[in-house]
Design a protein around this ligand. Structure first.
Ligand code: UDX
Length: 428
């Protein structure tokens, strides 16, 4: 096992921070570079600027131990490092292709400061062939080591991954990177760079397709009068299918699944393969959001202009403050567009003037305030705290007590007793 390796992590975000924290926890010496001034200042002062379970404690622990510190410039982080992990964003660019500008910029920035024997490790999800490009830019060995962490459980996922994938031309380099994670005890898959990059897209494309499948089934259940919850029970016990990623909802979102699905369609297209299955999964996802919007319109009496809608939840899923590609935000924006006054609440969103993605919404301090005067409430993110509200109080606050539960979080019978009319997903 490699203990005490010198590691640089470039990017202190949703991927970089858990990666840096966990590597430091394993006993390596880690320097993490974060170029955003506000984020860097927060980290240097011991604050973790994102909502992520267990992350603040982990970072505090390794900073106190002296195995993790933060710098602003990537070039400063990489000096003397044996391994350099690139954990920068690869946002969706034109036509669905992933924009690798940040990866290339960092590679260019660090090229002159790298030790000739350093290994650059790509953690970011990047188009097939990017590790080879990083190798060309930096002049050192580049390795693909995709992350599979989920936001909200990133620390746990990084400490106990299902597998570690390392792709490289140089087998020894791949093994050395794999050894950095030997403490996880996870199976190690060593392969070439292009295959490792493909594995990452394949995983996210499969998850996206599985989710679209269950959301499409929910639509079918509504049409034929079946109950999706029991359908999922019947499916999930089949070990070949399993229960994971079978919760129907308002569609999948977040910073990975939508972007990676679009990117893989594009990668396939550029290589001459038409990935119809994945294109269909994306279409079903758009349709899943639209189905929720239609339910809200119905719940509010057939139109939204002049009506108030309460929105519970804006994050793309519970347990994170991330709203990138959030179906909840997309739906709330659509409600505003259709003329509704949207009163929105999310435990991670402060009241007051919101950021641009929340323009036109009234941001409320709690779910009760969000339901004040509402003709319908839409529950869009599965926050636990929404389970235990005083629903009679909510009903009293609303203009007409109707609830669209896009996550099937609540008990319809209890709500009906509290005076609500209730619409869930995939159940009549
Ligand atoms: C995902 C992958 O899980 C992870 O392996 C990859 O590295 C990054 O992308 P993440 O984006 O953090 O992780 O979220 P995830 O928990 O996978 O959820 C994705 C979306 O699917 C969310 O919008 C979530 O609400 C939705 N979802 C998930 C469901 O609607 N139902 C489910 O059963 C599971």
């Amino acid at each position: 096992m490699t203990v005490g390796a010198r590691i640089a992590v470039i990017g202190g975000g949703y991927v970089g921070l858990p990666t840096a924290g966990v590597l430091a926890q394993f006993g390596h010496t880690v320097v993490c570079a974060e170029r955003d001034e506000a984020r860097f200042r927060a980290l240097a002062e011991g604050r973790v600027p994102i909502v992520e379970d267990g992350l603040a404690d982990l970072i505090a622990e390794v900073v106190a131990k002296g195995t993790l510190r933060f710098v602003r410039r990537a070039a400063d982080a990489v000096r003397g490092a044996e391994f350099v992990f690139l954990c920068v964003a690869t946002p969706e660019g034109d036509g669905g292709a992933a924009d690798v500008t940040f990866v290339e910029d960092v590679a260019t920035e660090i090229a002159g400061a790298l030790d000739p024997g350093a290994i650059v490790v790509n953690k970011s999800t990047v188009p097939v062939g990017t590790a080879a490009a990083v190798e060309r830019i930096t002049g050192v060995t580049a390795v693909s080591n995709p992350e599979f962490l989920r936001e909200g459980t990133a620390v746990r996922d990084s400490l106990h991954p299902d597998r570690v994938v390392v792709g490289a031309d140089d087998l020894r380099a791949a093994q050395r990177v794999g050894e950095l994670f030997s403490e996880t005890g996870a199976p190690l898959i060593v392969t070439d760079k292009i295959t490792a990059e493909t594995i990452k897209y394949a995983s996210n494309a499969f998850l996206a397709t599985k989710l679209s499948f269950v959301n499409a089934l929910a639509g079918l259940c509504e049409s034929v009068g079946a109950d999706i919850r029991d359908v999922v029970l019947g499916l999930g016990y089949d070990r070949r299918i399993g229960f994971d990623f079978l919760r129907p909802g308002p569609g999948w979102g977040g910073s990975c699944l939508p972007k990676d699905a679009a990117a893989l369609v594009r990668i396939a297209e550029d290589a001459g393969y038409d990935f119809t299955l994945l294109r269909a999964a994306i279409d079903v996802n758009d349709e899943s959001r639209e189905r929720v919007v239609r339910k809200v319109v119905d719940a509010a009496g057939g139109r939204l202009s002049g009506r108030t809608v309460g929105v519970w939840g804006l994050a793309f899923k519970a347990g994170t403050d991330d709203r990138r590609m959030s179906p909840a935000v997309a739906i709330a924006r659509r409600l505003v567009e259709l003329g509704a006054t949207v009163r929105a609440y999310d435990p991670t969103v402060p009241t007051g003037p919101g950021t641009v993605d929340l323009e036109g919404m009234v941001l409320c301090a709690d779910p009760y305030d969000a339901s004040r005067g509402a003709h319908a409430v839409a529950l869009l993110t599965e926050w636990d705290e929404l389970r235990d509200l005083d629903f009679s109080k909510v009903a009293d606050l609303m203009a007409s007590p109707t609830l669209v539960d896009a996550r099937n979080l609540l008990d319809p019978d209890a709500l009906r007793r509290a005076g609500f009319s209730y619409a869930g997903v995939g159940r009549s």
